[in-house]
Design a protein around this ligand. Sequence first.
Ligand code: BG6
Length: 291
Amino acid sequence: EVTKDRNGVDQVVLRNRRGSSARVSLHGGQVLSWRTDQGEELLFTSSKAIFKPPNPVRGGIPICFPQFGNCGSLEQHGFARKKIWVIDQNPPPFLQHNDSNDKVYTDLLLEPSEEDLKIWPHSFEFRLRVCLTVEGNLTMISRIRNINCKPFSFSIAFHTYFSISDISEVRVEGLETLDYLDNLFQRERFTEQGDALTFESEVDRVYLSSSDVIAVFDHEQKRTFTIRKEGLPDVVVWNPWEKKSKSMVDFGDEEYKQMLCVDGAAIEKQITLKPGEEWTGRLELSVVHSG
Ligand code: BG6
């Protein structure tokens, strides 16, 4: 089902037969909503979010590409999240290997405009399949192909804003003992000590080369998110906390308590594609309720 948002941008609504749903905007190829079969929203969107292209919506899953953060010549987090993607009417057969009637999905495509090529002179095709499984899991399969005659390198992150009950009650597992780059200390490298991650102040880190499964435990809500990833070695963990929240126009002063970004990403080692080469990354988000 394709609907239009208030700015006339198309959004694709996916609904599986058990009643789970997801909504994806063509603006940025950004997932804006992911709901359980009980109608419970799992992604955070700020009440101050500005739904006006080109700026990305504060929430959901903006895609940072071809640059993460401000390390590089491009604007913060690259241009893909600001662009209007198109529905890929004819996804090439290589995308269809896991098709099944039980899966509900949409295929989106981003190709650089002439304006993009001026600031990043590399022709590419970025194909994104957003899929809702029978169980209600949200999967995002990305394929990026170099259709240029010279190699290029990129970083990528799926900047996932999880909706949580209270940041002080949340725990992230799967990042123990890993090295991370701390954005709050000029990207200095540190090593995470023993325990699962908990939060009591601003966090802005890139954990390096993690395992492919990360879990976010929300005790109060009695739910656990699991992030499964392939081709995305790094994990961004971000919460702006009090002071930074106040400096963001599209974010409520207290909303940092209700969100946590945990992104599957490839940042430290950029991905390089030779002419004709293609990279594939896969992210699967699932949720389990207890009690
Ligand atoms: C994080 C960055 O991943 O994204 C932070 O590490 C940044 O430094 C945050 O503040 C949000 O970025 P933006 O551009 O969406 O405001």
